[in-house]
Design a protein around this ligand. Structure first.
Ligand SMILES: NC(=O)c1ccc[n+]([C@@H]2O[C@H](COP(=O)([O-])OP(=O)(O)OC[C@H]3O[C@@H](n4cnc5c(N)ncnc54)[C@H](OP(=O)(O)O)[C@@H]3O)[C@@H](O)[C@H]2O)c1
Length: 264
């Protein structure tokens, strides 16, 4: 546990671009002290400098590859050494890969488990005692993929089903503690996600993608209100309802067709 006089911070993973960077901007402007994590330390530093130049508290930055199993311990030690105590944890870092499971590299697909599931769970369990003690908050970034089976992105969709399941269960476990767990389920959002997943954003055939800032604003508001699940945008809400009502075979066919159409 951190020292009694530790400074409360919001730890945001995947803050070097996309939804995580927008969450960092929104939370800095709202007065939160931040600690930012991603592999590209130069981008974190540039963001930290921008925020400081705008008059907000300068975030701590930690360049690390969270998919490595030994990454979390040095991060926790770095936070403790900086006198920081995690009051809010934003588990946002994640990636997906487009393609049939049999056609994608096994290591890359296991890497999704390492980042989207293992690192997220490790960070959550590691900081849970201090978050509960501080009556703090956790925001998990899942996806509308959490509601669906995902042929064409099978491991990614399954990883996001895990994130939603974990988040909802923890929200229930923590309901009388004053701490809260919110799971944000965005649909298609224009970020670096599409390039890493292997599809061209201009090929979107489904709902029009949302802007990262709008998604981040919805996530931040939902987290601060202690909501259990947030699905931003009308089309994404419709996707969730469709996923709950439609027969599984129809969903499999629809998602399979959608992913097929996203191939570059
Ligand atoms: N964009 C969408 O359409 C969409 C839809 C639903 C859900 N989501 C979810 O939203 C979250 C944020 O994604 P995004 O759309 O903002 O994508 P993004 O622009 O690609 O951002 C991903 C962030 O994660 C970081 N990251 C990736 N691998 C990492 C690793 N091994 N260790 C540490 N950090 C790592 C990246 O930074 P570095 O490269 O510097 O490490 C980056 O800051 C993800 O969990 C994603 O699954 C996205």
């Amino acid at each position: 546990m951190p020292a009694a006089n530790a400074r409360p911070v919001t730890l945001i993973t995947g803050a070097s671009e996309g939804i995580g960077a927008e969450l960092a901007r929104i939370m800095a402007a709202a007065g939160h002290d931040l600690a930012l994590v991603a592999r590209r330390g130069d981008r974190l530093e540039a963001l930290a400098q921008d925020l400081a130049a705008e008059g907000f508290a300068r975030p701590l930055t930690f360049a690390c590859d969270l998919a490595q199993p030994d990454a979390i311990e040095p991060l926790a030690q770095g936070l403790a050494a900086a006198g920081a105590q995690v009051e809010i944890l934003v588990n946002n870092a994640g990636y997906g890969m487009l393609g049939a499971a049999a056609s994608l590299a096994r290591e890359d697909q296991l890497g999704m488990i390492d980042l989207n599931i293992r690192a997220l769970t490790d960070l959550t369990l590691r900081f849970l005692p201090e978050i509960i003690a501080a009556r703090g908050r956790i925001l998990h970034v899942a996806s509308t993929a959490s509601f669906l089976p995902g042929p064409g992105m099978a491991v990614y969709y399954a990883s996001k089903a895990y994130v939603l399941s974990l988040g909802e269960a923890l929200a229930h476990e923590l309901r009388d503690t004053g701490a809260s767990v919110t799971t944000l389920c965005p649909g298609p959002t224009l970020t670096g996600f599409q390039a890493r997943a292997g599809f061209d954003a201009t090929l979107f055939k489904g709902p029009r993608p949302m802007e990262a800032r709008a998604v981040a604003l919805a996530g931040y508001a939902g987290m601060m209100a202690g909501k259990r699940v947030i699905v931003p945008g009308a089309m994404n809400k419709l996707t969730m309802i469709f996923a709950r009502l439609a027969p599984r075979a129809l969903l499999l066919a629809a998602v399979g067709r959608l992913q097929e159409g996203r191939k570059a």
